[in-house]
Design a protein around this ligand. Structure first.
Ligand SMILES: [Zn+2]
Length: 86
C-alpha cells in the first residue's frame, strides 16, 4: 500500500476517511479522499503547480508557515498523478 496520496502527497494515514473511493466504493489506496471520490478526481483540471498552490493555501490556513508549506508540497509534481511519462 502506498503511504502518501499520489495526487497531493498527504499521508493516507492522516486521511480521516482512510483514502479516496473507487467507482465501486472500495478505497483507492493510492489517492486521498480530498483528491479522489467515486473513481474521479475532485479537481480534474488541476495541474501539478495548481495542486501545489492549493495545498500550500490549505496548510497556511492550518497555521503552517508558507516556507514550510512549500517545503512539504515540493514533491507534488513527482507524484504518480502528474508523472505522465510512466
Ligand atoms: Zn490527495
Amino acid at each position: 500500500m502506498i503511504a502518501n496520496c499520489q495526487s497531493c502527497g498527504m499521508p493516507l494515514s492522516k486521511d480521516e476517511n482512510g483514502g479516496g473511493t473507487n467507482l465501486d466504493g472500495t478505497l483507492s489506496g493510492e489517492f486521498c479522499s480530498l483528491c479522489y471520490k467515486n473513481g474521479m478526481f475532485v479537481d480534474p483540471d488541476f495541474t501539478a503547480v495548481e495542486m501545489q498552490k492549493h495545498c500550500i493555501q490549505k496548510l497556511q490556513q492550518r497555521g503552517i508557515p508558507r516556507l514550510l508549506a512549500w517545503f512539504m508540497t515540493r514533491g507534488i509534481p513527482k507524484l504518480d498523478r502528474w508523472n505522465t511519462s510512466k
